[in-house]
Design a protein around this ligand. Structure first.
Ligand SMILES: Nc1nc2c(c(=O)[nH]1)N[C@H]1C(S)=C(S)[C@@H](COP(=O)(O)O)O[C@H]1N2
Ligand SMILES: [Mo]
Length: 191
């Protein structure tokens, strides 16, 4: 499945063929037996997946573009993983759930409205271009949200916290725009 918005490259972006590595802090170690993905917050019951359990979920392949707020865009990224909607179908949300704070190993977070994540092009990816994602790009699991700047595509995802009121994530607390729509050039919040 391919998902592109028009114009294909958002304003102020430059296309690169490289795949830059960008993150705050160190690449977290991966412990296959200890690893869990947790859905919590405004849910009737917390849901938790082990690594092997998560890998048994139905997979999809999606091709999308990545737009970093630092102005590089990388087109035609072939991701494979579990659709966000596949996860959503396995969780009973409370009616209060309207936003999501996505948590990574090491404390990085990003916030997104639930309706932005509840889209057919959002997935938790474990493969890139047919191969396991490398540790520096987020192994074993990264979120991919093509409609937002790439900082919201959280690497090393471990938690999906459903919340009633929006709460800023790591970069959103440090001056990045709360919404981060590349086509609206929502890079930084107003002073
Ligand atoms: N856990 C975590 N995820 C993260 C980040 C981070 O610092 N920690 N940086 C974000 C930013 S700013 C970008 S541009 C992309 C970069 O992804 P890449 O290194 O695979 O290109 O990851 C995003 N996801
Ligand atoms: Mo970024």
């Amino acid at each position: 499945m391919r998902h592109f918005r028009e114009p294909r490259v958002p304003p102020g972006q430059v296309v690169t063929s490289k795949f830059p590595v960008l993150h705050y802090g160190a690449v977290p170690p991966f412990d296959r037996l200890a690893w869990r993905l947790r859905a919590f917050g405004e849910v009737e019951e917390m849901v938790e997946w082990s690594f092997d359990g998560f890998m048994r979920l139905p997979k999809v392949e999606m091709i999308s573009d990545a737009h970093c707020v630092t102005r590089w865009s990388k087109l035609d990224n072939r991701w494979e993983g579990v659709a966000f909607r596949e996860i959503l179908a396995r969780i009973k949300l409370r009616p209060e759930a309207r936003f999501v704070l996505v948590h990574a190993d090491g404390g990085y977070t990003a916030n997104l409205p639930l309706d932005v994540l509840d889209d057919e092009n959002v997935l938790f990816a474990h493969k890139y271009d047919g191969k396991d994602i490398t540790p520096d790009h987020g192994w074993p699991l990264r979120l991919v949200v093509p409609k937002r700047y790439f900082w919201k595509s959280v690497k090393w995802v471990r938690g999906i916290e459903f919340i009633a009121q929006d709460r800023p994530g790591f970069w959103e607390m440090r001056g990045y725009h709360n919404d981060g729509d590349p086509w609206k050039e929502q890079r930084y919040s107003e002073e």
